[in-house]
Design a protein around this ligand. Structure first.
Ligand code: NAP
Length: 287
């Protein structure tokens, strides 16, 4: 069976290992990244423009930072949409607003291009191990067509409903992650301020039922003093902003998220946005 050609746009922390998994699974690939130098060292088959991606690919995956990047890549001057053909499929795997997910599906649908929002839960490790949880919004038949591709990227694919519902599910999960990261950082600064031995406290937390896989990874990062980004803090701030806006529209009460959003936005304003999400601890230590 001939595998479809995959156009892959966005080779950042997540996009690079995910695209590499598709290449390893034998999918013909046309990968593109705005900053060419980032793409050059990855050993992936590259396309030299968005037009070339659209020309070569059957299914195009975007793994970009935020709404602004997604809008620019798809609908900006010389954006991808200009070159797409009827019958192609676009799968957005970045965390975007539900509004943008819906409007993208409408605008591409008008050209006969199918579209899914399929953001992911899991970070660089899960992207590398192909154990992401993929949260899908969009037409069920379209999902069935691209499911073999998604199965090479994650351990679980869950469809929630129409366009925008995958994005909503992702925001639900990430507001919880933001609160957990804030809680972990506050436990550590609290212990430090009380004069408790940090190592001992961290070791104790690691033995409690609170030490979920993600907390265990972040405890190891705190222990090592390593705040290099797997999930950049600026993306957490963006996700909390999106969750806040969506909660407002849906009339959901999420008071802890609002407080944590303020904390993450402050950290970004203080220039800590490129640290890992648990770099929120460094922000609290400074304040
Ligand atoms: P990242 O490392 O910051 O990569 C962002 C990508 O978007 C890069 O390829 C970047 O290209 C591109 N980009 C940004 N602005 C652009 C623009 N205006 N035009 C064209 N390209 C643009 O982000 P990431 O960590 O891979 O995350 C990608 C998405 O997945 C985000 O929505 C994030 O919230 C979500 N996510 C991340 C994680 C994680 O653990 N990292 C986990 C789950 C979900 P350049 O190289 O040119 O800047």
């Amino acid at each position: 069976m001939t595998l479809p050609t995959i156009g892959w746009i966005g080779l950042g922390h997540m996009g690079a290992p995910m695209a590499a998994n598709l290449a390893a699974a034998g999918y013909p690939l046309a990968a593109f990244n705005r900053t060419r130098e980032t793409a050059a060292g990855l050993g992936l088959p590259l396309a030299d423009s968005l037009e070339a991606v659209a020309r070569q690919a059957d299914v195009i995956v975007t793994m970009l930072g935020d709404d602004r990047a997604q809008e620019a890549v798809l609908f900006g001057k010389d954006g991808l949409a200009k070159y797409l053909r009827e019958g192609q499929t676009v799968v957005n795997m970045g965390t975007m607003s539900p509004d943008l997910s819906r409007s993208t599906a409408e605008r591409l649908g008008a050209k006969g291009v199918a579209c899914l929002d399929a953001p992911v839960s899991g970070s660089v490790k899960q992207a590398t191990d192909a154990t992401l949880v993929i949260l899908v919004g969009g037409d069920a038949a379209v999902l069935e067509r691209v499911r073999p591709v998604l199965d090479k990227l994650g351990k679980k694919v869950v469809r929630f409903g129409d366009a925008g519902t995958g994005a909503q599910a992702k925001l639900a999960i990430n507001l919880m992650l933001g609160i957990v990261m804030q809680g972990l950082a506050e436990a550590v600064v609290f212990g430090e301020a009380c004069g408790l031995a940090s190592e001992t406290l961290i070791d104790a937390i690691a033995e409690t039922p609170l030490a979920s896989p993600v907390v265990a990874i972040k405890l190891a990062a705190i222990r090592a003093g390593n705040f290099d980004a797997a999930f950049p803090l600026k993306h957490m701030a963006k996700d909390l902003r999106l969750a806040s806006a969506e909660a407002h529209a849906a009339k959901a009460a999420i008071p802890a998220t609002e407080v944590v959003r303020g904390s993450f936005e402050l950290a970004v304003a203080d220039g800590l946005g490129d640290l890992d999400v648990i770099g929120i601890l460094q922000s609290l230590r400074k304040s």
